[in-house]
Ligand binder design. Structure first.
Ligand SMILES: *Cc1c(COP(=O)(O)O)cnc(C)c1O
Length: 394
């Protein structure tokens, strides 16, 4: 496939595996085995079966008529919010827990922002009877309480992280530290297309089921197996990669990734890495990164815990550099407005992260016969407190 990672783990200049020596054996084991495992018949059968019978795939592709009417075009929503646990994250954790078992690991660690990856990880750990430790920034623990409670009831240990601005970056640092200290029995289930090679490629492949299904579903519903536009929000970029994957080499399809602008890309309170960042190294890979003149990582800001990250997946840095994907950003306020709009027009309460993807619909003039697929990455249950505060001033 075009845009594929090379044998050294790079997408153009981006990617690689910048890891401490203590992690080398673990990462190398994964690197040398992941493709063979992913392609094995037994893995594929079990993965597919769990996606179907446990996660509830394929997720529907819904033609959103009232939303389409509003923007005078044809909008389809890929309903990842209907995946078990409420987001696309489970596609990845199911694949990685199968891989961990094959590699003989018994202890699972993860980082989480909005808590969706933490819940998806705690869920598969319960399913496979493995120990689960989830690192989560203290601020996120307080703003995503429903998910913290879910992780606890599922049997995971949630460790609040007090460093930095107490969000996703800090949780990831802590998870990496844990892995360094527990290299033998532990697998680190990274929640997005970030981290050292092979994670970005591994997670992209596990999420690619999203675009595989979109192709089939569009054939049936629209009479052709490709849309004109695919829109997805980008934190680390895994739901976007899943939705883009099978369209990357089809240049008829415009791909649009939406980051969180926070209070605006002209303010310091933003998480729009691909607009505001420069190349640098974060969490094991060379990628676009928000940093100051001395290369110190800047604290990101977004109302959405799942997008509040100063880096992005190296493949997105590459796809931006070569111009294959266009990246834009949407502010807190625009996202909130878009969340309420979808709720009132279609009866679907989206996650705050997803609302950023929806927020771009009003910023572009679409053609009436355009077919647009928005990847509805997750549901809004976890964000009810924020929504109620914003919409009813309560
Ligand atoms: C975690 C999450 C995101 C952001 O992560 P990506 O890796 O960029 O997809 C987006 N939407 C939802 C609902 C999430 O849970």
């Amino acid at each position: 496939m075009k845009y594929e990672v090379n044998s050294k783990g790079y997408y153009g200049d981006f990617g690689g595996a910048f890891i401490p020596e203590m992690l080398y054996a673990n990462v190398e084991e994964l690197r040398s085995r992941y493709l063979e495992i992913l392609e094995s018949k037994s893995f594929r059968q079990e993965y597919r079966q769990l996606l179907n019978d446990y996660a509830g795939r394929p997720t529907p592709l819904f033609q959103a008529r009232r939303l389409s009417e509003k923007y005078s075009t044809q909008i389809f929503l890929k309903r990842e919010d209907l995946n078990h646990t409420g987001s696309h994250k489970l596609n990845n954790t199911i694949g990685q827990i199968l891989m961990a078992r094959i590699l003989g690991k018994t202890r699972i660690i993860a980082e989480t922002g909005a808590g969706q990856h933490g819940v998806a990880t705690a869920t598969v750990c319960a399913l496979f009877g493995m120990d689960c430790i989830v690192y989560m920034g203290e601020l996120d623990v307080s703003r995503q309480q429903p998910n913290v409670l879910k992780m606890k009831i599922l049997g995971a240990k949630v460790v609040p992280v007090h460093s930095g601005n107490k969000t996703l970056k800090d949780a990831t640092n802590e998870a990496i530290r844990d892995w360094i200290n527990n290299p033998v029995d532990t697998h680190y289930i990274i929640g997005s297309v970030v981290g050292p090679h092979p994670y970005p490629d591994l997670v992209s492949r596990l999420q690619s089921v999203i675009s595989e299904e979109i192709k089939d579903q569009l054939s049936e519903k629209a009479g052709r197996d490709y849309p004109d536009h695919v829109i997805a929000c980008v934190g680390g970029g895994s739901n976007a990669m899943g939705a883009f994957y099978h369209f990357l080499s089809d240049e008829r399809v415009n791909l649009l990734g939406i980051e969180a602008a926070g209070h605006g890309t002209d303010t310091p309170d933003t998480a729009a890495t691909l607009t505001c960042g420069r190349p640098g190294i974060i969490h094991g890979s060379y990628t676009m990164l928000m940093q100051d003149d001395d290369g110190q990582i800047l604290e990101p800001y977004s109302i959405s815990a799942g997008l509040d990250y100063p880096g992005t997946g190296p493949i997105h840095s590459y796809l931006q550099a070569v111009g294959r994907v266009r990246y834009d950003s949407v502010t807190d306020e625009e996202a909130l407005k878009a969340a309420l709009e979808l709720t009132r027009l279609e009866g679907i309460i989206p996650a705050l992260e997803t609302a950023h993807a929806l927020g771009v619909l009003g910023k572009i003039s679409w053609k009436p016969d355009d077919i647009i697929v928005v990847n509805l990455s997750g549901r809004g249950d976890k964000d009810m407190e924020t929504y109620v505060k914003a919409f009813f001033n309560e």
